[in-house]
Design a protein around this ligand. Structure first.
Ligand code: FAD
Length: 307
């Protein structure tokens, strides 16, 4: 049975707590991110209710156990050494409801499912996000955006856990900027989000979603393991364009490669490690700095040991 660190009585009871939540011990994290990189987590758990999610976080805090909140893992690279503690994945928290033109989504709702729900209910606004492969929680944390739109512009209210209690964030406290949000700034955990949309025409909404998705299919290496954009737009510089201008597409360090399709995408070509990805990022940053005098800022998130 599950023991966290195989030592004290406290560790044994900790192990029992996680086993009772259905947690998996020594789970390979590479199975849970889109770049397919990472060692093992001591525990990996997918709570089935918001109450359970909060209970697990409170338990971790009380027992000083490290935890990491994971959505669909489409922006994160885990350390090759794994994660000492508990990775809490929200994907089973996927209820969606609506009242008039406001939709309430739990943090684990996938943006594909959300968009299909919006199409079915003739609600317009989020078409730009069709094809972003993340969850509601991850999209709010990052203020995910594309084609001139961002998720934050539609959020009316958030239910978050602030580490101590569940709170509602709305009005002037609901701040979003480029790839940042009140959630990332204050280390909140998103539980539910309410999004306000516009009534529209079902066929037009669907056609717009497909139009955006077609653009992605042409410009992004969707059939590869990757984490979307590697770098943010920095000082107005579009990373993909300058990486392409510098002739860096296709450059490889061990198993990690700059996509030949999109310069801002790094792909896991052949058993890449976190170190390979970091080395490739450093290589790109140095080249861009030498040529443009700008240090690109990463959008990708590294989790665990910095090795
Ligand atoms: C092919 C591809 C295309 C992409 N295109 C785009 C794009 O066009 N635009 C864009 O912005 N992004 C894009 N992305 C990146 C990614 O899909 C988004 O950033 C997405 O919002 C991340 O969601 P996630 O659930 O996968 O988050 P994860 O990768 O699981 O986590 C990302 C961060 O969010 C935090 N987090 C997750 N859930 C919660 C929660 N409930 N509460 C608090 N914090 C939480 C995590 O701790 C982590 O810090 C793309 C990725 C891929 C692979």
């Amino acid at each position: 049975m599950g023991k966290l660190f195989n030592k004290s009585k406290k560790d044994v009871s900790t192990g029992y707590f996680f086993v009772n939540t259905g947690a998996i011990k020594n789970e390979e994290l590479g199975k849970h991110n889109s770049i397919r990189i990472g060692g093992k987590a001591d525990y990996f758990v997918e709570p089935k209710t918001i109450k359970e999610l909060v209970k697990i976080i409170k338990f971790c805090k009380q027992n000083k156990i490290s935890y990491y909140i994971l959505g669909n893992g489409t922006k994160v690279v885990f350390s090759d050494n794994g994660f000492r503690g508990v990775v809490i994945c929200t994907k089973k928290l996927n209820e969606l409801t609506k009242r008039k033109n406001t939709v309430c989504a739990m943090c684990g709702v996938n943006l594909f499912s959300l968009n299909r729900f919006l199409i079915k209910n003739s609600l317009s606004g989020l078409e730009f996000s069709y094809g972003i492969p993340g969850t509601m929680g991850g999209a709010i944390f990052m203020n995910a955006g594309a084609y001139g739109g961002d998720i934050g512009s539609f959020v009316q209210k958030l239910q978050v856990f602030d580490g101590k209690k569940i709170r509602i964030i709305k009005g002037k406290d609901l701040t979003f900027s480029y790839r940042k949000s009140v959630v990332s700034e204050k280390s909140y955990i998103v539980l539910r989000a309410w999004l306000k949309l516009k009534n529209g025409n079902k066929h037009q909404i669907e056609a717009k979603c497909q139009e955006y998705f077609s653009k992605r299919k042409i410009s992004q290496p969707l059939e590869t393991f990757n984490f979307g954009s590697t770098f943010k737009k920095t000082n107005g510089i579009i990373a993909g364009k300058i990486i392409d201008n510098l002739g860096l597409k296709g450059v490889k360090i061990n198993g990690a490669q700059i996509s030949t399709v999109h310069g801002n995408f790094i792909i896991n070509k052949n058993n890449a490690t976190m170190k390979d990805v970091k080395d490739l990022i450093d290589f790109i940053k140095n080249k861009v700095y030498e040529n443009y005098g700008v240090w690109l800022e990463e959008e990708v998130i590294f989790v665990g040991d910095k090795k």
